[in-house]
Design a protein around this ligand. Structure first.
Ligand SMILES: NC(=O)c1ccc[n+]([C@@H]2O[C@H](COP(=O)([O-])OP(=O)(O)OC[C@H]3O[C@@H](n4cnc5c(N)ncnc54)[C@H](OP(=O)(O)O)[C@@H]3O)[C@@H](O)[C@H]2O)c1
Length: 248
């Protein structure tokens, strides 16, 4: 157990429905988990969700990921106080539905670009650069079925999810000759998050399962995915599409 003991893991979106499960999973494995938080009520909600876990340590730092100055200050503080980052996970964004694209208000378009892409860019720029400076660590992007599937009146969600998937592929390509590992975990079913309660199907993964998958080696990721989530999860790892030069 405690396979992540001594590791520093930053989870952007750690106060979200899926993100809180990732945080819980990493703490259970003994990691020090650092979460940027923009609301005290969300921080309290996360803290109460993990309070029974005796391993690991949760650190919440007030941050607005979508603001360049704030995420830079967060980056500096993490480096000053914790010195290195072993894993950075982006579990950001929201679902958008209700309009065909040609009726969608421009303000909504700007909002979804900001929440689902700008946040990813700013987090990646600030934290993947740490991994590159260390020439070590893993960067994980959580994504969903809209990255490959289109539903009418939810088109905006698919556009940003597809862009996010392409971002992870570009980042993986750029990290190819380094010891930095970049991949996305794409979840094709809904996740059994806390807020769904009993309204779930047995073959949906839990948010904690995604934590286990995110922190596993590439071999273990494939093994877990095929054993337990054959239809639920496909780990669109960078290494499948772009064989890495550095073995994990
Ligand atoms: N939920 C599912 O069933 C499911 C299924 C498959 C895949 N996924 C994937 O999981 C990922 C997360 O989804 P989720 O359901 O956990 O979403 P969520 O509950 O809405 O959480 C999104 C997180 O992103 C943060 N965020 C959004 N916009 C932001 C902004 N402008 N500035 C700072 N933080 C911002 C939120 O911060 P706050 O907490 O402060 O609001 C929250 O922590 C997505 O990539 C999604 O495709 C989810």
């Amino acid at each position: 157990m405690d396979q992540l003991e001594g590791k520093n893991i930053v989870v952007a979106g750690g106060t979200g429905r899926v993100g809180e499960g990732l945080v819980r999973s990493f703490l259970s494995e003994g990691a020090q988990v650092i979460v940027p938080v923009r609301s005290t009520s969300k921080e309290q909600r996360l803290r109460s969700y993990v309070e029974g876990i005796e391993t690991g340590r949760l650190i919440c730092l007030p941050t607005h990921i979508g603001e360049e100055g704030s995420i830079q200050a967060f980056r500096n503080r993490v480096l000053e106080e914790y010195e290195r980052v072993d894993m950075a996970v982006a579990c950001l964004g929201g679902w958008y539905y209700g309009y065909p694209l040609h009726r969608m208000p421009y303000g909504d378009w700007q909002m979804i670009l900001h929440d689902n892409l700008n946040t990813h860019f700013l987090f990646m720029k600030n934290f993947l650069s740490i991994l590159h400076d260390q020439n070590d660590g893993q960067f994980v992007m959580i994504n969903g079925s809209p990255s490959e599937m289109i539903i009418p009146e939810e088109g905006a969600t698919s556009i940003v999810a597809a862009a996010q998937a392409m971002m992870s592929r570009a980042l993986a390509e750029e990290a190819k000759t380094t010891h930095v590992r970049v991949y996305s975990v794409t979840v094709y079913n809904p996740v059994r998050t806390r807020d769904r309660g009993q309204t779930v199907m047995p073959d949906w993964p839990t948010a904690e399962d995604l934590g286990t998958i995110s922190s596993s080696s590439s071999q273990a990721r494939r093994r877990i995915s095929s054993r337990r989530f054959t239809r639920s999860i496909r780990s669109t790892t960078s290494e499948r599409r772009h064989p890495r030069t550095v073995p994990q």
